[in-house]
Ligand binder design. Structure first.
Ligand code: PSV
Ligand code: MN
Ligand code: MN
Length: 387
């Protein structure tokens, strides 16, 4: 099977947002390792992200995380992004690194702390108005460690009330995107642990509230493509945070652990009308601890592109015929044929036809950018997870 003109045209519509935090230092709870040349501030993170877009044509926007990416002038940051050929994207709030939030943020029993968390989201919306961002993405660390520690019911009610206050401030062209995660840092219960809770909470808010599905935020063995199908069916799949997991929320390169799962997810996205649809944002949520950051992100967006090309190859007519005939093996064979097709040479040719390097990894390595930042940024304080 080869990529048809129609598939080639569809590939040109792909856009994957990069997380600014992928370009700062990160690590595990054991150690944050420094990597030579790592960005020292939000401006350098944007410059580095722009390299990914330059070599792949796939990553035109960069998500910010507040307060990690706080700057005195967002119009200056916006201009810097535009000068580098990218745009500022989603604004992520952060209510997980302040002592006040030890027992919760928007779910907290103390009205003062709960209001502080709501005010932080108001600040994020103010920033979105300056950066021109559409989405406010909320991931909450809120939860408890022990049965009886707090009332799960009361927390859910406070969550609904806080989100309603935040949603009221969301502008016409903006969205509130609520991410879920089944555990960590809370180990007994999490206040937004699953797509059902995220769905229930966003459905209560209104049309401009949607769900973010982070591929690393599910228990092992979860059929994530089923969730994708269901959220698309309900019109509530707002965005993806793509990454890979072997065990928990590993935040590794997407497609590294289970390329077949990534393929199955994208098949469902296409089937459900979510591909190249602005309502369903593709984003990466990865932290590169061991590997160099810019090529790490290049590898990730290429993996998403490869899975997309394969998913677009699925022969839907043959699949429908096999399904209607109850021919289980034929249906599965249609699916597997697409997944097992090697699309790498076709994708390299497609890139060249669009003036992009056939091999973006090699092109970045040969560009000299990595050596340049390693020299120029030596001795500075690197931006990092939490910095
Ligand atoms: C924490 O689990 C997390 O990885 C969430 O996935 C967020 O999207 C990300 O951090 C950034 O806040
Ligand atoms: Mn995430
Ligand atoms: Mn995560």
């Amino acid at each position: 099977m080869t990529l048809t003109d129609d598939i080639r045209a569809q590939l040109a519509l792909q856009a994957i947002e990069l997380p600014s935090w992928a370009f700062g230092n990160s690590g595990t709870r054991f150690r944050v390792f420094g990597t030579p040349g790592t960005a020292r501030d939000p401006f350098e993170k944007i410059s580095d992200a722009a390299q990914v877009h330059k070599h792949t044509g796939l990553a035109p926007t960069v998500a910010l995380h507040i307060p990690w990416d706080k700057v005195p002038s967002y119009s200056e940051l916006r201009k810097h992004a535009e000068d580098n050929g990218v745009e500022l994207g989603t604004v992520n709030s952060n209510t997980f690194q302040d002592d006040d939030y030890k027992f919760g943020s928007v779910t907290h029993w103390d009205d003062r702390i709960r209001q502080k968390a709501i005010d932080h989201h108001f600040e994020c919306i103010d920033i979105m108005n300056q950066t021109g961002s559409r989405d406010l993405k909320i991931w909450l660390a809120d939860g408890t460690n022990y049965p009886g520690q707090d009332s799960m019911r009361a927390r859910q009610d406070r969550l609904a009330d806080s989100l309603a206050k935040i949603y009221e401030r969301i502008g016409e062209g903006q969205r509130l995107v609520l991410e879920y995660k089944f555990f960590e840092p809370s180990f007994y219960h999490t206040d937004v642990p699953d797509w059902g809770t995220s769905y229930v909470q966003t459905a209560a808010l209104g049309e401009r509230a949607v769900v973010c599905l982070d591929t690393g935020h599910h228990a092992p063995g979860t059929n994530i493509e089923f969730i994708v199908m269901q959220l698309l069916r309900l019109g509530k799949l707002g965005s993806f945070d793509f990454n890979s997991r072997f065990y928990a929320d590993d935040d590794l390169i997407v497609g590294a652990a289970d390329p077949f799962q990534l393929f199955r997810i994208i098949v469902e996205v296409i089937r459900g009308g979510g591909y190249a649809n602005p309502d369903v944002a593709f984003m990466l949520d990865q932290c590169h601890n061991l590997e160099a950051k810019i090529p790490g992100q290049i590898r990730s967006v290429l993996n998403v592109q490869e899975a997309t090309a394969k998913a677009l190859l699925v022969d839907n007519e043959a699949l429908a015929a096999a399904q209607a005939a109850g021919d289980v093996l034929a249906a599965n064979a249609v699916f597997m044929d697409a997944f097992n097709t090697d699309v790498r040479a076709d994708l390299a040719a497609w890139r060249e036809s669009r003036g992009l390097p056939a091999d973006p990894m090699a092109a970045y390595a040969a560009s000299g950018y990595q050596q340049k930042i390693e020299t120029e940024r030596a001795g500075g304080t690197q931006a990092g997870w939490g910095a």
